[in-house]
Design a protein around this ligand. Structure first.
Ligand SMILES: [Zn+2]
Length: 410
């Protein structure tokens, strides 16, 4: 079966990295599901040799992947702080008020829109995952439970719903029909409206070896250069860009209609484009060197774990993020190395990690069992976690952060 590039349509032939086969990273299991067959899918990422879009072919329908999503954004404090700061920045920069319309695609449980609502700015969320969307509706955030694309955009535009600020955070990577999605955004953007989107930056993923952020929900991995190509094709211009520390290094792009001359291009756009060119992002060699680096990291992680177990140490995990499931499944780490993991989200406690079947408990479990090592799976939140869990030092516990390569923090 030939796969074709979701942006330019050319056949995909070159492998960026092959992470073997894995279950869907958000398919947490109940106890009675442990004895039944789990679906596994290839986690083989390609790079298009025509446009350089790094991408994972779609192996399962988005309805099955996103229908009942376990990630509730409101359970991460640092993420809430990030959302609130963003809201204030946008209100000030673009002069948003009660006459403006904010639309957010993939609005999750309303964690971000709540801050605009508090400032009495009209909001509309669009979120296909029923369970999180319902939570948003219950807290008074108007939310449409649907997948976004040109069809939905035309319906909204026909009802007169168009955005002064159109937000899409951590959604661009999740979109199988990339062209249809970006075209849809153009349709619901007012003539002088602004789109902002945040997504993990491929340059950081590669520089810092964040291979575990690759999972079936993430179909595309963007450099600034490629995202600019995609927007340009659909008549949108990216006039500013920021580099953020979130999710291990993200970009926040600002886009407008090509013909909207009221917002000139900022210096940061030229600067980042140049930096990516200098780093080799317009050259295939850059992409083809990544796979070997990932294999080497797997060996180092296993090396650390094997040594620790031979010394009789106990290891517990911290967190149950999707990225942890890629890492654990790719490396083959089960309860033979990690006794259990803990997570603050009650939607994950009592469940088991997909594939590896590591049980997930409430963080209090750590105090009961006093592990020698706490293996931090959401490494992007390592500072916050090490602060929260500082008490493990009372019994000589140490933290382990696996990415970019395994490192122990006493
Ligand atoms: Zn392509």
């Amino acid at each position: 079966m030939a796969n074709s590039c979701r942006f330019c349509g050319k056949d995909l032939k070159l492998i960026f990295v092959d992470l073997g086969i894995s279950p869907l990273a958000n398919s947490y299991l109940k106890a009675d599901e442990l004895e039944v067959m789990e679906p596994y899918y290839p986690l083989k990422v390609y790079v298009c040799n025509a446009c350089y879009l790094v991408q994972l072919p779609v192996f399962e329908s988005p309805e099955n992947i996103f229908g009942d999503y376990a990630y509730f954004s409101s359970f991460s404090e640092s993420w809430l702080r990030h959302a609130k700061a963003y809201t204030e920045l946008m209100i000030e920069r673009f002069g948003l008020d009660s006459n403006s319309q904010i639309i957010e695609i993939a609005s999750n449980d309303g964690y971000l829109l709540q801050y605009f609502k508090k400032r009495e700015i009209p909001v509309l969320g669009i979120e296909p995952a029923k369970n999180v969307a319902k939570t948003a509706q219950e807290t008074g955030i108007p939310t449409l439970i649907e997948f976004f694309g040109t069809q939905m955009a035309r319906e909204l535009a026909a009802e007169g719903k168009r955005a002064d600020l159109l937000i899409g955070n951590n959604v661009l990577a999740h979109v199988p029909g990339l062209n249809d999605f970006v075209e849809g955004m153009k349709i619901i953007l007012k003539p002088h409206g602004v789109i902002t989107m945040e997504f993990p930056h491929l340059m950081r993923l590669m520089d810092e070896n964040q291979f575990d952020t690759i999972y079936h929900e993430h179909f595309s991995y963007f450099s600034f250069i490629i995202v600019e190509k995609v927007f340009t094709k659909h008549g949108l211009a990216i006039f500013d860009v920021e580099e953020l520390p979130t999710h291990g290094g993200s970009l926040r792009i600002y886009a407008r209609h090509r013909e909207d001359g009221s917002k000139p291009f900022g210096e940061r756009v030229f600067e980042l484009r140049q930096r990516e060119e200098a780093a080799g992002f317009t050259n295939l060699e850059q992409y083809l060197s990544f796979g070997e680096k990932v294999i080497e990291t797997k060996r180092k992680i296993l090396d650390f774990l094997i040594k620790a177990k031979k010394e009789g140490k106990s290891i517990a995990g911290y967190g149950a993020p999707a990225k942890g499931n890629t890492l654990l499944n790719y490396c083959g780490i089960r309860t033979d190395f990690i006794d259990y993991t803990v997570d603050r989200s009650p939607h994950k406690q009592g469940y088991y990690l997909p594939g590896t079947h590591i049980p997930i408990y409430h963080p209090d479990k750590i105090k009961e069992t006093k592990p020698d090592y706490l293996f931090i799976l959401p490494w992007n939140l390592k500072d916050e976690i090490m602060e929260q869990m500082a008490h493990i030092r009372e019994w000589g516990g140490q933290f382990v952060v696996p990415i970019p390569e395994p490192r122990v923090y006493s």
